[in-house]
Design a protein around this ligand. Structure first.
Ligand code: BES
Ligand code: ZN
Length: 638
């Protein structure tokens, strides 16, 4: 064990880092579940799990499920292999939420399954219900017979009418952050990794996919999946639908409903270049295939990094590849997040901030610095808004406070963009070549492990800072990680292209702009719109719309930016198109803020927004429903 004789950096940052000094493991990664489970002494730091993972740890999950569209449930068994870390432990505590448990059996040394007296505790609204399973010394496997609830927040069941093809139903999951427990009993914490396999039975004509090696149908009609690399529970994923496949190269392809398959393969055709750029910078892609699936429009995120199979919103299909930074982002999670994982949601910047940094590096590599900087400036605008509206300063720290009420609070632009800028700051101070080598080494060292902010800082200290002690001060580091907002050492990105857009906007609003249409990228249009002055007149709105045809645009990002302006400026000519947008798009990034702005404007607008929401709500994802219900509840609405 090394102590910090040469510098007090780590101690100054956090006393915790000191007690974690023994955790770093210098041996090459052994990725067997047993090795992972026993590798590090874990103290429980994730408060959003009931699991006693400091004492007993799952190593493998084996699912055997009927996908029942009539009842909207997954129904079958979950078999869990576990090891005891604390030899005195005799209770396996699992997370469940809205699951019906029928029975629990343990596999005894006698070679028989024996019934076990489990206890399913009362439900907590955020955490769900703890499942206590007592086990005897000779048990290392339990089998739980269960079914999910039709209301499971992690599963969206779409009727045929809610799909593009209209003939067959669709199911997709969203486990991050706390919803794996609505799909299966599990130790639902990013601190624990498991391998998994699954046997699925689905109705005829439907294709099931998982975040795993895709299985083919056997003679009995069952599909078999296998995930040999250990993953945290939030990366468990399933999609079932009338789904077709198109290859992009020999190990990258796209799944989608047929209406959008060709367009998606074209939109995402540069994914192999992104993979090459990632591999060159940060080491091998370790997951076998990389496929994308374009989900129905109710998918509440831009993308979700399910291993081997990123889930994507169809709102990325703009026709000009201008929104593919989301692909770069989800692919980048194959290093930051999926390979090297935050050990609690308080450390979410280790997943999302590092990934946003890598994403931006990939965009720079493929499309040049100009585009990367434009994306930084747009991201900075979003960050500034979240900093202004943060409920309390602690929620603007990278290391989030112990008393966060829900992991939702962790996924703000602070985690993404401040996290990204923190790494840019480190890159600036240590130099790009040094920092690239550091990150590559970090992904290798922590491959298939979970770590905390404090472990990251210790690793940074040992691998980079001791070699370049003058690059930064501990006060600077502390301000980034444990301080509010953006620290003094932040260097604001400046985009030359956006400076031209600013000049054009000013001229245009004054009626002086040249008549010919501009040859702008989506990013320039977004900046043009986002920085409109507060007090646009009705006439200016009309002129903008007739010159640039924003209302009804098929580019979802531009549509969103325009509708936000229109709502603020009372430009009601967008109302019909805005309603169509809200009825057809379920991506949270857009609809939460649109409903928020509508609810805020005035009472009449709020009532109208509630009418739209009432129609749209059945088609939205359970996660989106919870979030929008909360927006209207603030105003004492339904
Ligand atoms: N892992 C996130 C999505 C997520 C976060 C799901 C928290 C559930 C809880 C994913 O990688 C992500 O960050 N998606 C972004 C896109 C990205 C380019 C910023 C999104 O969905 O907007
Ligand atoms: Zn992400």
């Amino acid at each position: 064990m090394r102590f910090f004789a040469t510098t007090t950096l780590i101690l100054a940052v956090s006393p915790l880092a000191f007690s974690l000094a023994g955790c770093a493991n210098d041996k090459p990664a052994d990725t067997s579940p047993k090795a992972i489970a026993t590798a590090a002494k874990i103290t429980k730091s994730d408060k959003f799990t009931y699991a006693n993972y400091d004492k007993v740890r799952m190593t493998h999950l084996s699912l055997n499920l009927d996908v029942n569209f009539d009842e909207k449930v997954l129904d079958g068994t979950a078999t869990i292999d576990f090891i005891t870390v604390d030899p005195t432990a005799s209770l396996l505590q699992l997370d469940t939420k809205d699951l019906t448990i029928r029975s629990v059996e343990g596999f005894a040394a006698s070679g028989n399954w024996v019934s076990v007296d489990y206890v399913l505790h009362d439900k907590d609204a955020v955490m769900g219900s703890m499942l206590d399973i007592p086990f005897s010394k000779d048990m290392n496997k339990v089998r739980i017979s269960y079914r999910t609830s039709p209301k499971a927040e992690g599963l969206q069941w779409l009727s045929p009418a809610q799909t593009a093809g209209k003939k067959l139903p669709y199911l997709f999951s969203q486990a991050q952050a706390l919803n794996a427990r609505t799909m299966t009993p599990v130790q639902d914490t990013p601190a624990v990794r498991i391998t998994y396999d699954a046997t699925l039975r689905v109705p005829d004509g439907l294709l099931p996919l998982m975040s795993a090696e895709q299985g083919s149908k056997d003679e009995s009609g069952e599909y078999h999946f296998k995930m040999p690399q250990p993953i945290p529970s939030y990366l468990l994923a399933i999609a079932v639908g009338d789904i077709k496949f198109k290859a992009i190269n020999d190990h990258i392809g796209v799944y989608a409903e047929s209406y959008i398959l060709d367009a998606a393969a074209e939109e995402f055709s540069e994914t192999p270049m992104m993979e090459d750029a990632n591999t060159k910078l940060y080491g091998p892609y370790r997951w076998g295939r990389y496929d994308l699936i374009v989900l129905p429009p109710s998918f509440p995120f831009g993308g979700m990094e399910n291993p081997r199979l990123s889930f994507m919103t169809p709102t990325l299909i703009a026709g000009d590849k201008s929104l593919t930074n989301v692909v770069a982002h989800e692919l980048a999670h194959s290093w930051s997040g999926n390979l090297v994982t935050n050990s609690s949601w308080r450390d979410a910047w280790l997943n999302e901030g590092v990934t946003s940094y890598v994403e931006n590096r990939i965009m720079e590599e493929l499309y040049g610095e100009g585009r990367a900087v434009m994306e930084q400036v747009l991201a900075l605008d979003d960050l500034m808004r979240d900093l202004r509206t943060a409920k309390r300063p602690e929620l603007t720290h990278l290391k989030l406070p112990e008393d966060m009420a829900h992991p939702d609070e962790a996924f703000t632009q602070v985690t993404y963009v401040k996290g990204q800028f923190f790494l840019q700051f480190l890159e600036q101070r240590f130099g790009r070549a040094e920092f690239d080598a550091f990150l590559k080494g970090y992904f290798d060292h922590y491959a298939f492990k979970s770590l905390s902010t404090e472990e990251f800082i210790k690793y940074l200290h040992d691998e980079l800072h001791v070699k370049n002690p003058d690059a930064l001060t501990s006060a600077e580091l502390k301000a980034w990680v444990y301080g509010p907002g953006l620290p003094g050492s932040f260097i604001t990105p400046i985009s030359d292209a956006f400076a031209k857009v600013d000049a054009y906007r000013t001229a245009w609003l004054a009626g002086e702009a040249p008549k010919e249409t501009t040859n702008w990228s989506t990013h320039e249009w977004l900046h043009f719109l986002n920085k409109m002055p507060e007090n646009l007149t009705a006439d200016q709105f009309k002129r903008l719309d007739s010159a640039f045809k924003f209302t009804g645009t098929q580019n979802a990002e531009i549509a969103f930016a325009w509708y936000m302006q229109a709502i603020k400026g009372n430009y009601n000519a967008v109302d019909k198109a805005l309603e169509d947008f809200l009825m057809s798009v379920g991506r949270g990034k857009f609809i939460y803020r649109l409903y928020g702005a509508l609810a805020k404007r005035d009472e009449a607008t709020r009532i109208d927004a509630q009418r739209i929401y009432k129609h749209a709500r059945p088609g939205y994802h359970p996660i989106a429903r919870r979030r929008i219900d909360a927006i209207f509840a603030k105003y004492g609405g339904e």
